[in-house]
Unconditional design. Structure first.
Lengths: 197, 197
């Protein structure tokens, strides 16, 4: 097996790439500038060593805590709860939200054996009990697991004197935050609904 | 700019990847096993240093000459001329062809300033003049440049006592007359085959 076959094999295992797209990329790299190829390889190598998880919000970051948590211009009274760091990125790209985040790093999924203790839920309540937080926006995906997780969180927050909101269903049901266009996501943020308890 | 942003930026410049697919891959790599990520990076790094061009057929290979040129079981009297190494790979995947190859490494394109001397055409005629070759299959793409290149080669081969053939043009297998473009349909008609009964 040549390096070329190995590269194609490894690339085709990445999400969204099949054998054809993987070989297109491999042949492109073969023809590309050596400097470009080396820096791609180096950056991939550094990815896991340099990127850490923010101890406060759970987002991927190079500095601890992350630049969002330490940003003094952001609204410290609002937390937006998302499943994954990429969801945080999607919301940031709308430029509609200026509060803080909390990344759960997953969703409740009894079938896969993922319970509340496997997510960053305790940490979320520590932050809420810290006192400053007035609103929690639940921005899990509108999927079965996302809804289950949202309901669980809403239930747990009932006794607290918090405004708990949920992204408006302007998002297509069964969809994924990652694939929502920015306008739809922005509308969903603007139209978030208060949950009466 | 974090390593994560850099990786996303570099990945999104690869063929077939946009910003969304690139960030999906980057986040996947962040969550993936360190060993997997390192070996991907290493293989990419080795790609350009280990892979060479076969001095005979022009295909990418680790050994010189390549395994196809040195394979004693292959038909040494037939050469299939392709534009790029990936085209060779496509033909190999049919398991229908057992002859040799010749990779041009491009097509004639006066607009881009690519003339016969920029391709591996002289090398092709050296092989033909070597004596053993009896059939040349021209398998350039059915595009304007591919056709131009084919016509140029066919012209140059006129005086040689060679069987020169071209890949058949027609309807794709499993295709539909309704969705075939007019040119393809016209070529399919021109190239219609008599059914022997």
């Amino acid at each position: 097996m040549t390096v070329l076959d190995r590269v194609i094999g490894r690339l085709s295992k990445l999400p969204g790439l099949g054998k054809k797209s993987a070989s297109r990329i491999a042949y492109y790299l073969l023809k590309a500038d050596q400097a470009l190829v080396s820096s791609l390889a180096m950056d991939i190598m550094e990815l896991k060593s340099k990127i850490k998880t923010c101890p406060i919000c759970g987002n991927y970051t190079e500095e601890l805590p992350c630049s969002i948590c330490t940003d003094t211009h952001r609204d410290k009274e609002t937390i937006c709860v998302v499943e994954q760091p990429k969801d945080l990125l999607s919301i940031e790209s709308t430029h509609e939200y200026h509060g803080l985040y909390h990344v759960l790093m997953g969703v409740l999924s009894p079938i896969d054996g993922v319970g509340p203790d496997d997510l960053r839920i305790r940490k979320l309540f520590e932050r809420i009990d810290g006192g400053e937080i007035r609103e929690v926006i639940i921005a899990t995906n509108p999927t079965v697991e996302g809804e289950t997780t949202a309901l669980y969180l809403i239930n747990q927050m009932k006794e607290k004197s918090l405004k708990v909101t949920r992204l408006a269903l302007g998002l297509p049901v069964g969809g994924d935050l990652e694939y929502a266009d920015r306008l739809t996501l922005a509308r969903a943020l603007q139209g978030r609904q208060r949950i009466e308890s």
